[in-house]
Design a protein around this ligand. Structure first.
Ligand SMILES: C[S@@+](CC[C@H](N)C(=O)[O-])C[C@H]1O[C@@H](n2cnc3c(N)ncnc32)[C@H](O)[C@@H]1O
Length: 289
């Protein structure tokens, strides 16, 4: 695997457009409205992968007193939790939150409707999901509408977990990540794994503009073996402009990837990494270079 380059997990991506203003709204409408024209789609690709990982992890008897929880890192408004535990697609979420009807509602009214909406679509195999994100309003919304069983806003890039997250980490069996690889580094993973008390698996979709190598090393130090799904990449979203396109192409090249047919065609692409204790690693994946 190539060493961390520009935008690597050693630092926040510099040439990538920022969306800070849509991360901490009181509800998800602006998030979906801004990302719809950019065709942000990585939670859609992660949905079947996370469902399978969650089912396999739930089937593993680790001797714990309760079902292991999924911790979705950079959870935002609970999108991965929605797709994991409910009969729903990302396209339906886009439709819901960008519809003209939905724009007329107050946040309280939308939250009340969402509570019902998600409850009606809850899957029988739903697993406990915790969320971690520095955007407090987004986490609050996800909790309010019933997508998360617990939510935390600790910034593990800056300091250790507080008592609430520390207690929750003892229950976590699977960590999931989409869209956050440019924001969090091995510091966050070190804090999470240090706090784990049960075997923890990690399923992460990370932009090709980011080196996951520091995280892979951290996970290895905690007894986890990481494999990279080699058969494909996953389109994440359209570039916002030509500047971002040039940045992405140069960065993936610097990290040893070929942008032809992928970033050169106008979109960010992600890679899927799975980390599990050595004995249960998946043979369909291979060692990251
Ligand atoms: C692109 S969004 C991804 C949201 C969601 N996972 C998805 O794929 O739709 C990135 C998220 O990372 C969060 N974030 C940024 N820095 C963070 C940190 N240090 N710890 C946890 N979350 C962070 C942001 O608040 C934002 O909600």
């Amino acid at each position: 695997m190539a060493e961390s380059g520009p935008g690597g997990t050693g630092g926040v991506a510099s040439g990538k457009s920022r969306f800070d203003d849509i991360y901490d709204r009181p509800d998800p409408r602006m998030y979906f409205s801004r990302l719809a024209p950019l065709e942000y789609e990585i939670p859609h690709h992660a949905q079947p992968v996370f469902r399978q990982a969650a089912a396999e992890r739930a089937a593993l008897d680790d001797g714990g007193p309760s079902r292991p929880a999924v911790l979705d890192v950079c959870c935002s408004y609970g999108i991965n939790a929605a797709l994991l535990n409910h009969d729903l697609t990302l396209a339906e979420l886009y439709e819901r939150y960008t519809s003209p009807d939905c724009q007329k509602l107050s946040t309280d009214r939308l939250a009340a409707r969402d509570r019902e909406f998600y409850a009606e679509r809850r899957r029988p195999d739903a697993v406990p999901v915790f969320g971690l994100d520095v955007a407090a309003p987004a986490v609050r919304y996800a909790l309010e509408v019933g997508l998360l069983d617990a939510g935390f806003t600790d910034d593990l890039e800056q300091g250790p977990p507080g008592p609430g997250l520390r207690r929750a980490l003892a229950e976590v069996g699977l960590i999931t990540l989409t869209g956050g690889g440019s924001y969090i580094t091995d510091r966050t993973f070190t804090a999470l794994l240090d706090g784990a008390r049960r075997p923890v698996w990690v399923s992460a979709f990370v932009l090709r503009t980011v080196s996951y190598h520091p995280v892979v090393r951290t996970l290895a130090a905690h007894g986890l073996h990481t494999t990279l799904e080699v058969s494909r990449t996953y389109p994440q979203r359209l570039f916002t402009d030509e500047r971002e396109r040039r940045y992405a192409i140069a960065t993936v090249r610097a990290l040893g990837h070929d942008p032809a047919g992928r970033e050169e065609n106008g979109r960010f692409h992600s890679l899927h990494y799975e980390s599990r204790p050595v004995a249960v690693s998946d043979s369909a994946h291979r060692e990251p270079r």
